[in-house]
Ligand binder design. Structure first.
Ligand code: F6R
Length: 366
């Protein structure tokens, strides 16, 4: 049932080229420059004049929400707020009929996310769901939604469900942009043509497995680890840190790279591994100066770089290449080596990767 893999988590990491493809199937039309999302089609007109989107979720799904924020604001030009469901539900948030709430949940059963939906619904918002488990409680509570179609996720640490959530949010951002006329046909065709190549590029990113395993062996005894990124690399860093702490029990933190100098830099010494998302995109040069700050303090730097990169490679201790892509799809590729890194470290430390201590696959209590 693990398909030849030692753990469900590794199997699910390797399923991602397929799960991302399944998630896009029948939804993108690159030649036409069109996205179709049958699940929210009835609200296509509504999307033309909404004031705001509020994304509610917990854990890894909340990280997907942060990626969604970048994409929706960039392409559809709608203001987005991303909220922890548990915090949102206990405030007295301002919600109107012109708000759309997007609830993200792999299991579709998370208690706090369900309560946040119920509250927003009472106040008249339109609720969309992004869920993996068909027919779960959350899809039944929402007005409309888009399934992630990642297939059953058995490993407690979310991997393929995360990349599928990010894929759906990418499609939603493009769909909303299409309804609102904030993106040109030419640009849409270009983006969708590139998006179609992402499953193959995820496959190439998986080829780093042996190298990542080697790096894991070098840093497995660390007691702390930092993950840094900028732009949509920031939520990728948060997700990398969460994966590492939940399955290997190494204390890890994700930070926006520029925030490092406002505190976390004090932690850096020759024992501290620092993982950077340092791909060649709009924040490349800025990330390079952050890497210099860490190297000047003798931190051990592991960088996720774009294929063919030389500049970062020459500065860091270890680098892991991922294929080049449009910045919009970077999180889908940069996440892959981080999943593998936490997996190998956890295995080397003798941890139960599929069922980490104290964690449950679905959190049905608040
Ligand atoms: C982390 C993880 C959790 C879940 C969170 C929300 O790997 O699995 O952080 O993401 O409990 O669960 P769902 O998405 O089912 O609402």
């Amino acid at each position: 049932e693990k398909g030849g893999f030692d753990h469900f988590m590794l199997k699910e990491i390797f399923e991602q080229p397929r799960s991302i493809l399944d998630c896009m199937r029948g939804r993108i039309y690159p030649e036409l420059g069109q996205v179709q999302l049958g699940g929210i089609k009835a609200f296509a007109d509504k999307l033309k004049n909404i004031d705001r989107i509020i994304i509610v979720a917990c854990g890894t799904s909340w990280h997907a929400g942060l990626v969604g924020e970048y994409l929706i604001e960039e392409y559809a030009r709608i203001p987005v707020e991303v909220e922890y469901a548990s915090e949102f539900r206990y405030r007295n948030p301002i919600i109107t009929e012109k708000d759309v709430v997007i609830a993200i949940s792999q299991s579709g059963e998370t208690a706090d996310t369900m309560a946040a939906i119920e509250m927003a619904k009472e106040k008249g918002a339109t609720i969309f769901g992004i869920c993996n488990v068909a027919g779960a409680s959350i899809p039944r509570l929402t007005h409309a939604g888009v399934y992630t179609h990642a297939g059953p996720e058995i490993g407690v640490a979310s991997t393929k469900a995360f990349t599928a959530q990010v894929t759906v949010l990418t499609l939603m951002a493009f769909y909303m942009a299409q309804q609102r006329g904030t993106i040109s046909d030419v640009k849409m065709r270009e983006l969708l043509t590139e998006l179609e190549t992402v499953p193959d590029k995820v496959q190439s990113a998986l080829a780093s497995n042996e190298l990542v395993k080697y790096i894991a062996g070098e840093i497995k005894d660390a007691s702390n680890c930092l993950f840094l990124g900028r732009g949509s690399g920031f939520p990728v860093a948060l997700e990398g840190a969460l994966k590492l702490k939940e399955i290997s029990y190494i204390h890890a933190e994700g930070y926006p790279a520029a925030e490092m100098k406002h505190g976390p830099i004090a932690l850096i010494d020759e024992q501290m591994p620092v993982v950077f998302i340092a791909t060649n995109n709009s924040s490349y040069e800025k990330v390079i100066s952050n890497i210099q700050e860490v190297k000047a303090r003798k931190g051990i730097v592991i960088a996720i770089v774009t294929e063919g990169d030389k500049k970062v490679k020459n500065m860091v201790d270890y680098s892991i290449e991922i294929p080049d892509t449009d910045e919009a799809f970077l999180p889908l590729l940069a996440t892959i080596p981080l999943q593998l890194l936490s997996y190998h470290i956890a295995v080397m430390r003798g941890c139960n990767v599929d069922q980490p201590r104290n964690l449950a696959k679905s959190v049905t209590v608040e």
